[in-house]
Design a protein around this ligand. Structure first.
Ligand code: PLP
Length: 344
């Protein structure tokens, strides 16, 4: 394999510092779903925790366990995809913070905690319009009342109230925020003082102070992935932490074949639309097949020469994505797990 994703952990630290600075006094939760957006969860969270970040957002329980193994007992780890009794048991044993977005899951979590003689830390999720799980506003009062009972019984602790927003338009986000405020008020009225409130991801946490509350859940910006069609890296103060390089496999006239690692790592729609960075400067991407790609040649090209598909001193994942009307995550997440990750 001669394709490598270089991951610059110092750049991760710089992006994290910029995000934390911007959102303070709200705290940062680094979101590491999809193997830390393709960069490799263990190394990413070790560095993140070394930088003093106290929260990791792990999506599912399996990822959370990977995080726990990598960073030990200190940091809080939040999961919000919890399916089945065994996942709940595992999550409680690993001392995770559980995102709970429906009444049935609340009961299952309480049952499991009761059976184990422990108290589950939960963050109750209100559906503020995305309809991607979350308790509906009309069911919120009942759910909160139920949490009051379970908290009295000692099987549940309400650690937080949260939701997820589209971040596609300010108007829509404002409506979501109003619904969120309403839900938080109901929780406070029920006697819970100061549960952690978290609503925003990268875009809203950066652009809109009133969305930050106590905690922001940020993935993209910490990895240096800016939003398509949005502000430039320099304006955001971030830069990509991943640089994807591919070695030249063979040369056929002025067509140079490079190794992109494994099945479908490079989005074939980029063909003819972008340039990659070669030792002789930018060259057109001429073709993409399953495990290799073809770029326009240059003088003196040899097998083993290295081409940078994206990253430092090259196009960013979002630059590539914009040429085909998608988002940078779509490019970064496609790099095959079989491509070696190399850290510095
Ligand atoms: C992915 C995700 C985030 C982070 O989103 P970014 O735009 O990458 O910062 C935050 N919260 C939830 C629930 C998510 O699924």
């Amino acid at each position: 394999m001669t394709s490598v994703l270089h991951v610059d952990l110092d750049q991760l630290a710089r992006n994290i510092a910029v995000v934390r600075d911007r959102v303070a006094p709200a705290a940062l939760m680094l979101v590491v779903k999809d193997d830390a957006y393709g960069h490799g969860v263990s190394e990413v969270v070790r560095r993140t925790v070394a930088e003093g970040v106290g929260w990791i957002g792990a999506f599912d329980v399996a990822t959370a366990l990977q995080v726990r193994r990598a960073v030990g007992d200190g940091p809080r780890i939040f999961v919000w995809m919890i399916v089945g009794e065994s996942a709940i048991r595992t999550a409680l044993d690993a001392d995770l913070d559980l995102g709970v977005g429906d009444a049935d899951l609340l009961e299952e979590v309480a049952d499991t905690a009761r059976a184990r003689g422990i108290r589950a830390r939960i963050h109750l999720k209100i559906d503020t319009g995305l309809h991607r799980n979350g308790i509906r506003p009309e069911e919120w009062t009942d759910a909160v009342a139920r949490v009051v009972m379970l908290a009295r019984e000692g099987v549940v602790e309400l650690a937080g109230v949260w939701s997820h927003i589209a971040e596609a338009s300010d108007e829509e986000d404002d409506l979501s925020r109003a619904a969120f405020e309403h839900a938080v008020a109901a929780v406070t009225d029920a006697g819970f003082d100061r549960p952690l409130r978290h609503l925003a991801a990268s875009a809203a946490s950066s652009a809109r102070a009133e969305f930050r509350y106590d905690l922001v859940r940020v993935g993209a910006f910490c990895y240096g992935i800016r939003p398509a069609g949005g502000p430039a890296d320099a304006e955001l103060g971030i830069a990509p932490i991943g640089s994807w390089e591919a070695a030249v496999l063979s040369v056929d006239g002025d067509r140079v074949r490079i190794d992109v690692g494994a099945l479908d790592g490079l989005v074939s729609a980029l063909t003819g639309r972008v340039e990659v960075t070669t030792p002789a400067g930018p060259r057109a991407l001429l073709a993409v097949d399953e495990v290799s790609a073809v770029v326009a040649g240059w003088d003196g090209v040899r097998a083993g020469d290295v081409v940078r598909i994206y990253g430092t001193d090259a196009a960013s994942p979002t630059d590539l994505a914009e040429t085909i009307g998608t988002i940078g995550e779509e490019i970064a997440l496609r790099v095959s797990p079989l491509v070696e990750r190399r850290y510095r």
